[in-house]
Design a protein around this ligand. Structure first.
Ligand code: SAH
Ligand code: SF4
Length: 342
């Protein structure tokens, strides 16, 4: 018996249809689940009682609980550990700025890609999240802040394109006026470079934003850092990004976590300049965040600035991502699925 939140919008319509209900009921149910955050069918007062009972018997409705919540003293970033009905848990992060609230959500419990610098990768893969489990993270963070979520990024735990359908289902609900009403361009999916996922996204009708984690434009270095995408060679990745730009006209960002002595050397910079020049991309440089048990140190700020100015010489725009929530281990790559000591 599938939980109601495992259905995307089309799936909800199909479910309602299969029990002889008109399709508009699906919009009503979606609104109750995501726009209003109903925690049981009885709250859905404009549905006939018989339908509510029928749905309760067919598709259980559960809501994640907040196991832990930490607030950064530095910048107001909040990190949450959400626990789902089966006991599995993921972390999500709320990043407030003056006029925005961005939520970084997880797409899987753990991750199978095994990137050497990432706490999630080190923990291994547990299971995929459903569309509703992703939307609930964003919704509940917004509720906790008491303000509207303006942006959401699939940059928490997990590889979104290893769970493509549920992730797309989730961003569609986030985008929908029956869901969270977040603009498509303000919804970003970040991939370690699963090429058929990039190609599929370019064919979706919505203007969702793409981020690709590059981390090195030298094949050997990238294979060591990101063993899960060894098979996707850099020239193919570059071709895929070119095709994406031609198809969509949109500019993806290339994520690059700078690791001292590993991917910040002169030859690495040169390779990055060669890779990115002529591509419609924006390079995001992130001084690598520390992960317990991983002996990687971050590049200094001067080196990051050097990357920005050298990339500019070949017409590539780059910026240095400001670190958020580092005092509560909420920064990129620091999210773990294990429940911390409570
Ligand atoms: N699996 C997807 C999305 C989740 S990871 C991906 O890899 O793109 C979100 C971002 O955090 C990615 O760009 C990832 O490479 C980056 N990241 C992981 N570990 C990091 C670390 N220790 N320091 C800085 N960024 C890191
Ligand atoms: Fe998975 Fe992304 Fe972490 Fe790599 S960086 S292990 S793909 S979550």
């Amino acid at each position: 018996m599938a939980e109601i939140k495992s259905y995307d919008l089309d799936g909800l319509a199909g479910l309602l249809d299969s029990i002889g209900e008109p399709r508009y009921r699906a919009k009503q149910v979606a609104r109750w689940l995501y726009a209003h955050g109903a925690t049981c069918y009885d709250e859905m007062t404009d549905l006939p009682a018989q339908l509510r009972d029928n749905l309760a018997a067919k598709a259980p409705l559960t809501t994640p609980t907040v196991k832990t919540r930490r607030v950064s003293a530095l910048d107001g970033t909040r990190k949450y550990l959400f626990r789902f009905s089966d006991g599995e848990a993921v972390e999500s992060v709320g990043l407030p700025t003056r006029d925005r609230l961005t939520v970084c959500f997880s797409t899987q419990v753990g991750c199978a890609m095994g990137c050497s610098f990432c706490a999630t990768g080190i923990g291994g893969f547990v299971r995929n999240l459903t569309a509703g489990e992703m939307v609930d993270q964003v919704r509940l963070v917004g509720e906790d802040f008491g303000i509207r979520v303006t942006n959401a990024v699939a940059m928490g735990q997990g590889e979104p394109f290893a769970n493509y359908d549920a992730t797309l289902g989730a961003v569609r609900i986030m985008n929908s006026s029956d869901g969270l009403g977040i603009g498509a361009r303000h919804l970003t999916v970040s991939t370690c470079g699963i090429l058929n996922g990039v190609a599929r996204l370019s064919n979706e009708p919505e203007q969702f934003t793409l981020a690709v984690s590059l981390h090195s434009a030298v094949q050997n270095t990238r294979d060591k850092l990101m063993p899960g995408v060894k098979g996707a060679l850099l020239p193919e990745l570059r071709n895929t990004l070119e095709a994406y730009a031609t198809k969509t006209g949109r500019r993806p960002s290339l994520e690059y976590a700078m690791i001292a002595g590993v991917n910040d050397t002169e030859s690495e910079l040169q390779a990055l300049m060669d890779f990115a020049s002529g591509l419609l991309v924006h390079v995001n440089l992130i001084p690598v965040n520390t992960v317990a048990g991983v002996g990687l140190s971050r590049s200094g700020p001067a080196r990051a600035r050097e990357f920005v100015s050298r990339l500019a010489t070949v017409g590539v725009e780059a910026s240095i991502r400001t670190e958020r929530g580092s005092d509560i281990e909420a920064a990129c790559g620091q999210l773990k699925q294990r429940i911390e000591a409570e």
